[in-house]
Design a protein. Structure first.
Length: 166
């Protein structure tokens, strides 16, 4: 579900349960229903599953210059591929290990498979003779800051994402 501020600016994505609670508590309203037309039923009511909801009151959101570094966003940035061998990534790895004063920033963290992460341990790439397949960078674009890197989603979100980019 896409959550919009009262001004129709996209804020975040949230799980169905949280979206339904916001609507039932009259803190949000449904802007678009689910494209499949799904309906949730209770003993006394029926509610169409929302795809986009809007808060009834405006929430001030502090501006962040940098995209927050999270495991989910990092995996999305690296397309769930190991930066060392290209296989499916399951973990994250610091290029310059934390034990050697490597910072926990976008430019020093990559997605890694368990095998490469274990083999690298707390060593530098030069010590192993390894190279990175990609250069770790800070993600760019409004969608990374607004909705945690969510690039896919319901086509009904497009007008709201375009509004945010403008």
């Amino acid at each position: 579900m896409l959550l919009l501020n009262a001004s129709y600016e996209p804020l975040t994505t949230l799980p169905l349960r949280r979206a339904i609670l916001l609507v039932l508590r009259d803190k949000a309203e449904v802007v678009h229903g689910d494209a499949a037309g799904a309906v949730l039923h209770s003993a006394t009511a029926a509610l169409s599953v929302p795809s986009v909801i809007r808060l009834r009151r405006y929430i001030r959101v502090p501006y962040r210059r940098r995209v927050p570094l999270t495991r989910v966003a990092l995996m999305r940035r690296d397309s769930h591929r190991c930066a060392y061998c290209g296989k499916k990534a399951e973990t994250i790895d610091h290029v310059i290990p934390r034990s050697r004063n490597g910072p926990h920033v976008w430019e020093n963290v990559v997605a890694s498979c368990k095998t490469c992460n274990h083999r690298k341990a707390d060593r530098l790439l030069d010590e192993l003779g390894w190279e990175l397949n990609v250069t770790p960078t800070v993600p760019r674009g409004l969608h990374w800051r607004l909705i945690n890197g969510e690039q896919h989603g319901d086509p009904q979100w497009a007008p709201y994402m375009a509004r945010a980019a403008a």
